[in-house]
Design a protein around this ligand. Structure first.
Ligand SMILES: O=P(O)(O)O[C@@H]1C[C@H](O)[C@@H](CO)O1
Ligand SMILES: Nc1nc2[nH]cnc2c(=O)[nH]1
Length: 319
């Protein structure tokens, strides 16, 4: 469901979130959920489905529509959809293009869980809460995270509709002291000081390039560095010029903190950006970035993404 804002743009109406239960503070005034509370969420989900997922997929903005209305529903079998509103202590999606449900099912033979809608910092969620579903996935038995996102293409050779295999990220929000792992560390998830030099699995990246070749996607597949800004505004020209200088290829508002959380609890990670718009680094350009374009490009690429992601799931499950 959506409503129109003052500019006629479609937005999701604000939803009431479930009451937050304080367990411990992360020292930043943020309340965090304990291991036991996350276990409760995972156990709740396990009572709702017989699927025991080994791969977790996060659908980026506009990239989740291929999970409904007949397209991936034809590919995914034994599908169980659980709206976020029905999951105790789970956040809810407030962004257009993020449906707000977990989809459990099988892609081919592989049991998966997909987040059809992720949580962003700009929605008002602290980073640990944006990443809460990753820890829940871990407790469900998920071994691999596939994080997809919509991103602006900063590398001048990128075109709208390209797919960028993420080789690495720059944690800009972390530079400013904001990290999902801030606060007391629970060793049951992972170490206090996790390494991050192998964030994006090398084997998966090789497979993703091989599969892209087989699907004849050579002309749209890229590899590059992603960064996340807090949003919700798109970037200024000066900001983009700065990011370009430090080697960023694609700019978004998610993924980095999810990947950090996944690596902390020893999940293997694959990252994929859909380049939905060109980052404007020139004051003479008339065009402006907008969310509608992001969603439109997601729609334009939904069939291709469905095929590519299904193939990747199959190949990754063999590693
Ligand atoms: O959820 P992702 O990172 O795919 O969404 C991007 C960032 C903003 O949420 C939105 C802007 O159009 O797209
Ligand atoms: N920050 C940011 N996020 C995006 N998501 C999709 N496009 C963009 C963009 O240009 N900038």
């Amino acid at each position: 469901m959506s409503v129109q804002n003052m500019n006629g743009t479609k937005v999701k109406p604000a939803k009431e979130t479930l009451p937050e239960v304080e367990v411990e503070s992360n020292g930043n005034g943020h309340k965090m959920y304990s291991y036991e509370m996350l276990e409760e969420i995972a156990n709740f989900l396990l009572t709702k489905t017989n699927i025991r997922p080994i791969i977790g997929i996060i659908c980026g903005s506009g990239m989740g529509s291929y999970w409904k209305d007949g397209s991936l529903a034809d590919t995914i079998t034994d599908a169980e959809r659980i709206p976020y509103e029905e999951i105790p202590n789970f956040p809810t999606s407030t962004v257009e293009g993020h449906h707000g449900q977990l989809v459990f099912g099988r892609l081919g033979e592989v049991p998966v869980v997909a987040m059809q809608g992720r949580f962003h910092y700009y929605e008002g969620y602290p980073l640990w809460k944006c990443c809460l579903p990753i820890r829940v996935m871990k407790l469900l038995g998920v071994k691999t995270l596939m994080a997809t996102n919509a991103a602006g293409g900063l590398n001048p050779s990128y075109k709208i509709g390209d797919l960028m295999i993420v080789t690495d990220h720059i944690n800009l929000m972390g530079f400013a002291g904001n990290n999902p792992l801030q606060g007391p560390n629970d060793e049951r998830f992972g170490p206090r000081f996790p390494p991050m030099n192998k964030a994006y699995n090398y084997e998966y990246r090789k497979i993703a390039k091989k599969v892209a070749k087989e699907l004849k996607l050579d002309n749209i597949i890229r590899e590059g560095i992603y960064t996340c800004l807090g949003g919700p505004n798109f970037e200024t020209v000066a900001e983009l010029r700065m990011l370009k200088m430090v080697g960023v290829d694609a700019v978004g508002m998610s993924t980095v903190h999810e990947v950090i959380t996944a690596r902390h609890c020893d999940m293997k990670v694959f990252g994929l950006s859909l380049i939905t718009n060109e980052c404007i680094t020139n004051y003479e350009v008339e065009a402006e970035a907008n969310h509608e374009e992001v969603l439109d490009v997601g729609k334009m690429r939904q069939d291709l993404l469905r095929e590519y992601i299904s193939r990747l799931v199959h190949e990754f499950s063999k590693v």
